[in-house]
Design a protein around this ligand. Structure first.
Ligand SMILES: *[C@@H]1O[C@H](CO)[C@@H](O)[C@H](O)[C@H]1NC(C)=O
Ligand SMILES: *[C@@H]1O[C@H](CO)[C@@H](O)[C@H](O)[C@H]1NC(C)=O
Ligand SMILES: *[C@@H]1O[C@H](CO)[C@@H](O)[C@H](O)[C@H]1NC(C)=O
Ligand SMILES: *[C@@H]1O[C@H](CO)[C@@H](O)[C@H](O)[C@H]1NC(C)=O
Ligand SMILES: *[C@@H]1O[C@H](CO)[C@@H](O)[C@H](O)[C@H]1NC(C)=O
Length: 501
């Protein structure tokens, strides 16, 4: 930067040796420089003080204003409306061999004539003639990838084909695409919540949005910086446009990498784009019973579930597909609230209640701290080594002693009320091992056969604000003939906390 004082000194020194005409010219030039410097510093002063006033003003400093900016204007100054499903192109990785067994997962979330995209297969699947039934994504056959290198000895070459789905999707050149969303043929997407999450980000900027593996051993081997492909991830149009230029090169350069998601991430690393982690994408790299994970979901909209053939059905006594259909019926009534946890105490009866909306309720005949209630029960093991952890979140053990476990309830009914509220009911589930606690508090609590939960539908706009778990209160204690505990979920009052007496 030019320092006005130095320029002035320079001027004084040089005038000594200059002719009159030169002097006049030099004088003019120098004045110009000084004026420019002065106006630049004035501009900076104005801009910064203006910004300071703007950001500290309570009128502007609210979430609505921030949301308005996020939704309407982009870095390029363009104005655009909300992203809807017509702006999303799905690229599902599949194979002819697995497609017929796995298409029922896609059928759970695919909306014919609404969702756009393709499942990418290696060859024409058996029974392709019936393909005209439009209940699952149409298929496309991937380009030949035999010219690419793949050297991971324990992996499968198909990773190359999968990695190129984003490129082949981009090169279709379809109109109005803002986001490419990649997933596997056994990924279940929750579309409203996917849109809620995508609408937090500007597709004209370069975004790579997804989540990690739950199993630390996986993140250590593959990467913490990667969006796991099975949980699904989203690439903004602006990023896809750069990615496709380098992708084929990356595939050869990172030939030793196991997975397609890893090869894509290596390219992101070359472009310089980190993953934006969203906690609702679930790779489900776990074994056993996913109950603990789903009963203590992080405070984020549920976006995806994966690996559902590798874990036990999420509802007892049902197949996985039946289970997911059940979860989906509740989900559809209030997408933003699906699996959202709320907990409250019944101080009169010395009980704690934890609700994972649309899925399960836990009733403890004693007081449990919020800190404990938000920690997932370790009902599952790690992906590769089937150990009790570590995971990328904390877990707590399921106690052997039945007196140290909650009574559990599973969703058995969900209904919409007045269009803007829901009522869900959860029925007591007794484990087959059948060992029950015989303490009096416990015996009284086990008279509770159902838990009913009422709540207003959760406005998706809350997901663009600072997150806070919602509060609940116990309306009735379950002594009636219906054996029903009634709980109401609502936004917390100011200064309300879940604090033991
Ligand atoms: C900004 O977006 C909102 C919601 O999509 C819309 O109602 C509003 O008219 C938009 N404003 C402008 C200036 O485009
Ligand atoms: C979705 O957004 C596009 C703009 O990209 C708009 O033209 C279309 O009408 C919207 N569709 C729905 C169903 O809102
Ligand atoms: C989808 O669109 C096609 C052609 O526009 C139409 O023939 C078909 O009935 C539609 N399917 C559904 C389920 O709406
Ligand atoms: C409530 O439970 C706690 C243990 O969590 C116990 O210490 C306390 O005595 C109980 N209070 C009543 C009134 O039952
Ligand atoms: C919910 O719907 C009912 C009936 O349609 C209406 O009376 C009530 O005002 C609505 N409440 C809110 C918060 O929108």
């Amino acid at each position: 930067m030019l320092d006005p004082l130095k320029t002035w000194k320079l001027f004084l020194v040089s005038t000594i040796t200059l002719k009159p005409l030169d002097l006049l010219l030099f004088l003019l030039k120098t004045t110009l420089v000084i004026l420019t410097v002065a106006s630049i510093s004035l501009f900076f002063h104005f801009a910064f003080s203006n910004q300071y006033v703007r950001f500290s003003s309570p009128i502007f400093n609210n979430n609505q204003h921030q949301k308005f900016i996020a939704v309407n204007s982009s870095s390029s100054g363009q104005v655009y409306g909300r992203t809807n499903l017509s702006n999303v192109l799905f690229g599902i990785g599949g194979s002819a061999k697995t497609w017929n067994d796995r298409r029922h997962y896609s059928q759970l979330w695919w909306r014919p004539n609404v969702t756009r995209g393709f499942v990418w297969l290696d060859e024409i699947p058996p029974g392709a003639g019936e393909e005209l039934q439009p209940t699952s994504p149409p298929y496309k056959i991937s380009e030949d990838t035999s010219r690419f290198k793949y050297t991971c000895w324990y992996g499968s070459r198909s990773a190359v084909r999968m990695a190129r789905i984003v490129k082949e999707s981009f090169e279709l050149g379809l109109d109005n695409v803002r986001w490419f969303v990649l997933g596997d043929d056994d990924t279940l997407f929750f579309l409203e919540n996917l849109l809620t999450v995508l609408n937090k980000y500007d597709h004209n900027q370069m975004y790579y949005v997804g989540g990690n593996s739950e199993s630390v051993e996986q993140d250590v081997i593959h990467s913490y910086n990667m969006a796991y492909g099975g949980g699904g991830f989203a690439v903004s149009y602006a990023l896809a446009a750069e990615l496709v230029k380098v992708l084929d090169g990356c595939i050869d350069r990172y030939a030793s990498f196991y997975g397609s998601d890893q090869k894509v991430q290596a390219c992101m690393s070359e472009i310089g784009i980190p993953v934006t982690k969203e906690l609702g994408f679930h790779q489900v790299d776990i074994r056993g019973n996913p109950y603990g994970l789903l009963a203590a979901h992080p405070l984020a909209p549920l976006v995806s579930l994966h690996h559902l053939d590798y874990v036990q059905p999420i509802f007892p006594g049902m197949t996985q597909i039946e289970s997911l259909k059940k979860l989906t019926t509740a989900y559809e009534m209030d997408p933003s609230r699906a699996l959202q946890q709320s907990f409250c105490y019944d101080l009169k009866r010395n009980r704690s209640i934890s609700v994972s909306w649309g899925y399960t309720v836990q009733l403890y005949p004693y007081i449990v701290t919020a800190k404990k209630l938000e920690t997932a029960f370790s009902t599952f093991q790690s992906w590769k080594t089937w150990q009790n952890g570590p995971f990328t979140f904390n877990t707590r053990p399921v106690e052997e002693d039945p007196c140290a476990r909650p009574l559990s309830y599973f969703l058995d009914h969900a209904e919409s009320v007045d269009g803007n509220r829901t009522r869900t009911r959860y029925a007591r589930h007794v484990e087959e091992s059948g060992k029950e606690c015989d303490k009096p508090d416990y015996a009284r609590a086990s008279g509770v056969k159902f838990v009913g939960v009422s709540s207003a539908k959760l406005n998706p706009a809350i997901w663009s604000m600072a997150p806070r778990r919602q509060c609940c209160e116990v309306i009735s204690g379950g002594e009636g003939a219906d054996h029903l505990v009634q709980v109401k979920i609502r936004g917390c009052h100011r200064f309300e906390t879940v604090t033991p007496p």
